[in-house]
Design a protein around this ligand. Sequence first.
Ligand code: GLY
Length: 368
Amino acid sequence: MVMELEGELLEVGLGDRSYEIAIGRGLGSVLGAVIRDLQGSNCPVAAVVDAGLAHSQPNFLKEVLGDLPQLELAAGENTKSLDSLGQIWDFLAKNHMDRSGRLIVLGGGVTGDVGGFAASSFLRGIGFLQVPTTLLAMVDSSVGGKTGINISLGKNLVGAFHQPLGVWVDLDLLTTLPKAEFAAGMAEVIKYGMLGDFSLFQSLERGDPLSPSCPGLSAVVRSCCEAKARIVAADERETAASGGRALLNLGHTFAHAIENMAGYGDYLHGEAVSLGLVAATRLSEQLGLLEASSTERVSKLLGHYDLPIQLRTPLDVSGLLAAMGRDKKVRGGKLRFVVMEELGRAVTREDVPTELVLDAWQSVGAMS
Ligand code: GLY
């Protein structure tokens, strides 16, 4: 896709499936023009949109989508379901989507994942653009082509790798994002610091908490997107024997188990990731990899954003362990954990004793 954009463009280098991430502010008019060009070339274009945006960003939606057919999806993790997927397929069929067409997906991680999965499966795959509207989606889920839905037995257990044709990150959209949603995105930002960028971690520790309008935010989002683009380009389908794309799941095996056990939507994904980061740090400490003060240090930084570091209501450890056992990271019955050898350097490990995993769960308030 050709983008006439002043500002930042990062490439996700995947051969003939390479694409660009545009990062800036006030991108609505340029994106609107790109979409009008697509319509002008007679390919069907339609959009799925997080329903909350109609209230929070009506002008942006109008500027970008004009009179395109639009399907609104309710906000919240429960929308990442088979039911929503069916609604999108029907909507695409009704609007005569064909293989030359494009789906524009505007929203947070939930809309991006289910919209992307619909694009991967409708007519066995159509092109789509990601327009992330939450911090979490901007720094993580909109980039890299992971799409999918939840089922009752586990988070993200059904899906496909399907790369977008482009990702448009307009930081101005964050100014109407609820505070808790911004904080949830910061959990993923802090994750990038912990897994591969100690200087990012330190700068977050040193500075005032970031906010949607602060000038420093753009550099932080860019460095997360750069890290993600680099990791995805090296291990697109997470097949590396060790390390690779799996490192992006630091804290996520814990987080997915929490979301599954607490009920989807009880914790925002980023809130569950916050708890998962605490548990993964404690696990790394107990494995003798990190110094004993690390959990406190990580918890303090997460606390700057009012992110949870203890479960709000204790969950049962045996249920959490069973949910972990259904994680996508299980290979031949063995669970692969992402731990840190130092803050800023993560690795994958398969030889983690169950009693240390239990201890990590207890450190965030799970009960046996
Ligand atoms: N969010 C983890 C990944 O994209 O691999």
